[in-house]
Every structure is written in C-alpha cells, then in structure tokens.
Design a protein around this ligand. Structure first.
Ligand code: AMP
Length: 427
C-alpha cells in the first residue's frame, strides 16, 4: 500500500515536512499522529499559522523540550549537508564526532554517517585520525565489524565517514541505569555470545594485521537480535607499522578502564594480546557491572591495571561459572606473554565454556602457574583446578598433613606388631 505523503498539505513545506519526518523516524510520534496534526493545521483559519511542532505539542504527541530539541537538531542537520545523503536523525555523539542516521539516495538504503565538527576539522591530528579510521575499517569485512562505506569531505568542508547502520545500542548505553539507559544486566550466556562474536571480529582484524587498541563497551553495538558489532577503529594500528609505533612510543593510547598494561607503559610492540586484555576487561564489566579496576582519576585506574591483583569475576558475581571466570582472568593477565597465545585460543575456550566443558587453555595456564608457584615456594599450594567463589582450598605440605601423619603412625604400629608376633612365634 502506498504511504500517504506527510507533505500532502503543501503548507510551510520544508520545515514542517522535516519536522514530520524527524518525529516519525525518531519514533517520537506515529505517521498517523503527524497526519492528524497536518490535517488540523490545514483546517485552521489562523492567519499566523501554527507550525507542525506547535500542533504536535498541543496534542501532547511531543513535549515542549522535545520540540526545542527537534528544532535544534534540524538546524544542525541543515548546516551539515553531505551530497548524496539525506541526514535523518542524530544517533549519538562520540568524543570526536556526531553520528547521524541517513539515507544514501543512490542506493535507497539507510546508513550511519560520522561527521567531524567544523572545529575538529581544523585540527590536522583529528582529521588524520578520522581518515585513518575509515581506511582501517575499509580493510575489514566481517559480520561482527561495522562495515565502512565511504569517507570524504563535503563542499561545506565537513569531513565524513559513511558506514553500515546498526540498529541497536552500544553495550555501554545498555548498561546505563535509568533514566539514561535500561540498566541491563548481562547473563553468562549473553556475555559468552558477545565474547565469541568479538573474538571472531578480532581474529579477522588480527589476521589482516590490525590491532584495534580500543575494545570497550562503548565500541560494541548490539542489535535486538543479539548480533554484536565492533566499531570505532580510530585507534587501530597496523601491527608492522614501525613508524607509527615509534612516533607513539611512551604515550598511552586507549581508554583507562580497559587499557592493557603494555599500552599504559607506551610500549611500541603492541599486538593482538592488548585487544585480548581489553576484551577480557569488557567481558568482566558486563558480568560484574563494574570494570576490573576503578579509581578517582584515569591515572589511578591505570596504576591499578599495572599493580593491583585482579579480583576474580566469580568473587563479585557468584552466578558466573568457574570456567568463564578463568577465561577472563587469563585474558586479563598483566604479563602479555602469560595471556592467551592467540585470539583463536580464547575463542576455543569460550566455546568450551558455552558447551559446559572446562576451558582448555585457561585451565592449563592455571595449572602451570600453580606448578611454578609450587616450585618456588615449596610449601603452600592450591592443588584444586579451581576454587569455589571466595573459598580457597589450600593443601599443606605433604608431611604436615594430619592424614598422612596418622597413616604413617598406623603403618609403623603394624610393622612393630608384626615384628613382636614374629619374635613370639619363633621363641
Ligand atoms: P562514536 O563516535 O563511534 O562513539 O559513536 C557515537 C554514537 O553513535 C554511539 O554511541 C552509537 O550510539 C552511535 N553509532 C555509532 N556508529 C553507529 C552505527 N554504525 N550504527 C548505528 N549507530 C551508531
């Protein structure tokens, strides 16, 4: 059935049409409600004809603050013209740019466009980072990575990056408590699903020689169907880009809550293991409701990444299986040489935990670590593959164990009795 034209009245065509489309696209009012208001507007004999926004407010379809925000958004949109695209609504604001939902006219499809504000466009560093993000994303093609479509500069001087539109929210937004967000608490199954999809996405990026360097809940979009997509490759770096590595030496690139110790130290040979750490920190946050290390300032948080022991996630949330906790602990090992040796291994372990088995690599790593601790201490060691949450089963040195002493006593006594019996029988 043909959709009725929201501009059918032809009144105050441009602005009212834009307002009508905007409220429908952003879900503030239905198409029927807008058409009703249009009809009322047409029948009004008021010479100072009221705007569509006013009538929507009068009918309580939108509020006064919403009408003001719509006006501001439309003005903003009018100033930002990208040839070939119709900007529809503002999806969100990042640290660097605004992201709009838009229609690509040539292919009649919905896309997302990241637009660098004019002010940021004057900074060579911002512009370079923006184009770098586009180029990095264009090298990747994976169902769990937001697909790059185009980058460019509009005639008005706006730098823009066109990408696949993902219906859904970032994991960060989903975790926000009301009124900012739904305050979602992720179940173990959901966290494993996100971990597996991000593991696959990172495997793809790592095989193409890219390290993301900023894996975090804000950079993962989740659709209502549970598909997770990695986005924002603004910090991505080629593994063998020695020049970039040298120029960034000594500086910490990343986000404090999720950054790996080697990134904090500004090491130059950053590789896939830093992404594994950040993925571990992201999964930790989803499972426990807090990042692995917190602090008053970014530097306090980073200091804790370097120095503080990790509180195992199953100590904070007893509903988590020991297996998943072990996977996250291994991903979050402070020493990158002790972490997963490949992203594939982490994926393998997450699959094992999903099917109710023990994580092969994480369990093996824990056993090895305990063995080396045994060698160095010689006495007190946890011989169980995994403790129950909050409970550490400590086994003492063999000779100190009361059971062993009793056994030795019984054995000694029995030898003594045998000797006495033998003497008695022979005499
Ligand atoms: P960013 O600048 O990448 O931090 O993005 C800012 C916000 O825009 C995010 O929090 C998302 O809500 C939204 N967003 C970013 N990229 C997309 C996309 N490809 N599809 C839909 N929404 C997006």
């Amino acid at each position: 059935m043909a959709q009725p034209d929201l501009n059918a009245t032809g009144i105050s065509a441009n602005l009212d049409t834009e307002v009508g489309k905007f409220v429908v696209d952003s879900g503030l009012a239905t198409r029927e409600e807008v058409l009703l208001c249009r009809e009322q507007q047409k029948q009004s004999s008021d010479p100072n004809q009221r705007s569509l926004a006013d009538i929507l407010v009068e009918n309580s379809f939108i509020t006064v603050p919403q009408a003001k925000r719509i006006k501001r958004a439309l003005e903003d949109r009018r100033r930002t013209q990208i040839p070939g695209f119709e900007l529809q609504s503002l999806l969100g604001k990042g640290a660097m740019a605004k992201v709009y939902k838009a229609r690509q006219v040539s292919l009649d499809r919905i896309v997302a466009i990241k637009v660098l504000p004019k002010k940021s466009g004057e900074s060579a560093e911002f512009v370079e980072r923006f184009y770098k993000e586009g180029r990095a994303a264009a090298r990747l093609s994976h169902p769990n990575i937001v697909q790059a479509i185009d980058v460019g500069q509009s005639p008005d001087g706006y730098h823009y990056f066109v990408m696949e539109y993902v219906e859904g929210s970032t994991l960060y937004d989903l975790m926000q408590p009301p009124p900012q967000g739904p305050g979602k608490q992720f179940t173990e199954g959901e966290v494993i699903d996100v971990g597996l999809q991000m593991g696959e996405a990172l495997m793809h990026a790592h095989r193409r020689g890219l390290v993301h360097r900023d894996v975090k809940p804000k950079n993962i979009l989740l659709t209502p169907q549970g598909v997770a997509k990695l986005t924002d490759l603004g910090l991505a770096r080629e593994i063998d880009d020695k020049q970039a590595a040298e120029s960034e030496a000594g500086k910490a690139y990343g986000t404090p809550y999720y950054i790996s110790p080697e990134q904090i130290r500004g090491e130059i040979d950053i590789d896939f293991r830093s992404d594994i750490y950040s993925l571990g920190a992201t999964l930790y946050h989803l499972l426990t409701g807090r990042p692995p290390f917190e602090g008053e300032t970014p530097s306090a948080v980073m200091h804790r990444h370097l120095k503080d022991p990790l509180v195992p996630p199953d100590h904070l949330n007893p509903d988590i299986s020991a297996g998943l906790s072990e996977v996250i602990e291994l991903a979050l090992h402070k020493d990158k040489t002790e972490r997963y040796a490949s992203t594939e291994e982490m994926v393998e372990d997450l699959k094992a935990v999903r099917s109710g088995r023990a994580p092969i690599h994480a369990r093996h790593a824990i056993d090895l670590e305990q063995l080396s601790r045994l060698e160095s201490s010689g006495a007190t060691i946890d011989l169980e593959p995994r403790r129950s949450p909050g409970v550490t089963i400590v086994q003492q040195s063999l000779w100190e164990h009361p059971g062993v002493l009793v056994l030795l006593g019984v054995a000694g006594l029995s030898v003594l009795i045998n000797i006495i019996l033998a003497i008695l029988l022979t005499t």
